[in-house]
Design a binder for this molecule. Structure first.
Ligand SMILES: [Fe+2]
Ligand SMILES: [Fe+2]
Length: 372
């Protein structure tokens, strides 16, 4: 039996210790960078108080934008967990291209850490070779853990290189113990979590571009469980025997993390939410409102573009009616029944309702790993 905690997307953000530079508020971005340290500290305190937890996983986006001092702070914070920590990097843990992150939001005095530098920085958190952005280990006798850095260079989407795929094929070939379950952790999703994720440019940056090659390999080696972050939402999707469990960001609503137990051939997944930090005693209420405000603006912009092409006034009033939509998706287990009448547009009602969650459950669920 093994129990582990899974956190994701802590986006650690501190002031530049040399210059004092801090990032300005980034418009329409719901990540609470300023509270990121307090939020990770709250998760560390909660998880450290759980005696059954054997180890901790962190599924990437360790920092705001891969500033070296934010990696220093992230490593310092991760080392405060009482149990071993294993992490991977995300798209925020490498240089961001200007089209994705305008210069005014980036610290002008530092060079961002690249993905190929992550293994040497995070040798205490899973990486064994400074030469490979991937690793494997057996954190407990009944688990084999694989960590993959999935960020595509100069982009926000994911990609697993041919070299890492070949390494993974070899690594999994050596796993012949039926008593040991393999879990693969990476940052980007490999099964669609939102409609059209792989083809819609609005969402394709959520995904590993060459996910078919990775999934073929995982299925060939009978891997069932993949753990990802990046989407900042609680969502579980299944494709045949393969599960992709996406976990929300600690630094954004709903501030969820998971405690997962492997016992008797079943994976018991439970989700918890941070409730309070010193600056926001009622964190959930504040954070839901903060996220809502960001997404009403984002949805308003989307409604003025094809295929909706609304006027600014119509986009503003309609997006306000959808204020609960994205926070509900992030929270998981969401059901939508917006009507054409209330939104004034049958096409839009059908589209937003298509995001209603399909099984399996997103927050608390039991996965049978082996058929008897
Ligand atoms: Fe993130
Ligand atoms: Fe990400």
């Amino acid at each position: 039996m093994s129990t582990f905690a899974l956190i994701s997307d802590p986006h650690v953000t501190v002031a530049n210790p040399q210059t004092g530079w801090t990032a300005p508020t980034i418009p329409n971005e719901p990540t609470m960078y300023r509270e990121s340290v307090a939020l990770l500290e709250a998760a560390i305190d909660e998880i450290n108080s759980m005696p059954d937890v054997d180890f901790v996983l962190c599924a990437g986006d360790l920092t705001k934008d891969s500033e070296p001092y934010n990696h220093d702070a992230a490593r310092d914070l991760l080392s405060r967990f009482k149990k071993p920590v294993f992490c991977v990097s995300g798209n925020h843990d490498q240089p961001r291209p200007q089209k994705l992150r305008p210069r005014e939001y980036l610290d002008p005095d530092v060079v961002p850490v690249r993905t190929d530098q992550i293994p040497q920085l995070y040798g205490d958190f899973g990486f064994k070779s400074t030469d490979l952005p991937a690793y494997s280990c057996d954190p407990t006798p009944d688990l084999h853990l694989v960590g993959l850095c999935s960020a595509k260079p100069d982009d926000d989407c994911g990609e697993i290189s041919e070299r890492v795929l070949a390494w993974l094929d070899d690594d999994l070939s050596r796993q012949r113990d039926p008593q040991r379950e393999t879990i693969v952790m990476l940052h980007h999703s490999i099964i669609e979590h939102v409609p059209g994720e792989t083809v819609n440019p609005t969402f394709s940056w959520f995904h590993v571009e060459n996910s078919p090659a990775l999934k073929e390999l995982l299925k060939r080696h009978d891997v069932r469980i993949t753990l990802t972050g990046h989407l900042h939402m609680q969502d579980v999707k299944q494709e045949g025997s393969l599960y992709n469990i996406a976990t929300a960001s600690l630094a954004g609503f709903p501030h969820a993390y998971r405690v997962i137990t492997l016992r008797d051939g079943e994976l018991d997944i439970r989700s918890r939410r941070l409730r309070s930090i010193p600056s926001y005693p009622d964190l959930q209420t504040h954070s839901r409102r903060y996220t809502t405000d960001s997404f009403v603006a984002i949805i308003g912009d989307a409604l003025m573009a094809p295929p909706f092409n609304y006027t600014p006034e119509r986009a503003r009033t309609t997006s306000a009616k959808l204020h609960a939509w994205w926070p509900s998706i992030a929270d998981g287990d969401e059901r939508f029944d917006y009507t054409a009448e209330e939104l004034g547009d049958p096409l839009l009602a059908a589209y937003v309702n298509s995001f209603s969650d399909s099984p399996p459950a997103d927050n608390d669920l039991l996965i049978a790993l082996r058929e008897e």
